[in-house]
Design a protein around this ligand. Sequence first.
Ligand code: PNS
Length: 162
Amino acid sequence: MLTAIYPGSFDPVTNGHLDIISRASQIFDTLIVGILENPQKKEYLFTVDEREAMLREVVKGISNVTVEVFNGLLVRFARQKKCRVILRGLRAISDYEYETQIAITNRKMSPEVETFFLPTSTEFSYLNSTVVKEIARFGGSVRCLVPEIVERRLREKFQTIS
Ligand code: PNS
């Protein structure tokens, strides 16, 4: 049985994340989507509970995907879960440098854990959560970029904030 962890901030989950989750769920026996809580990082738009609820909603139809929150080092979380694979999506070559740096650092700390990269589908290669929040903040449509529940939550969030 091969389990992978797909870690991230997911602030919020986008169609690009969902593309990776659904493709990876067909490769690995189990996929754990790991949401980093990180209370030190105050600039999240959504609380960890909100990010978790949105993720649970969008993956509920995929039976081998679970959603969990973690704190601290990713490799420690992987060890706790007895998981040897970390999965990261690669959008463009610009992601490569940062991602390999993190992958090598993680491997130094935990040589038994390997990082796998999956290239995002081309239609999502420009997409990230920051862009989505920026568009939504100024009232633009994010319909094609995020699942419906996230679109709704973004609308509610910016109505609350403004
Ligand atoms: O969606 P993101 O913000 O690009 O995800 C980054 C994440 C959560 C994968 C990364 O920040 C992480 O693993 N943080 C946990 C702390 C850690 O283990 N850092 C790696 C060693 S430098």
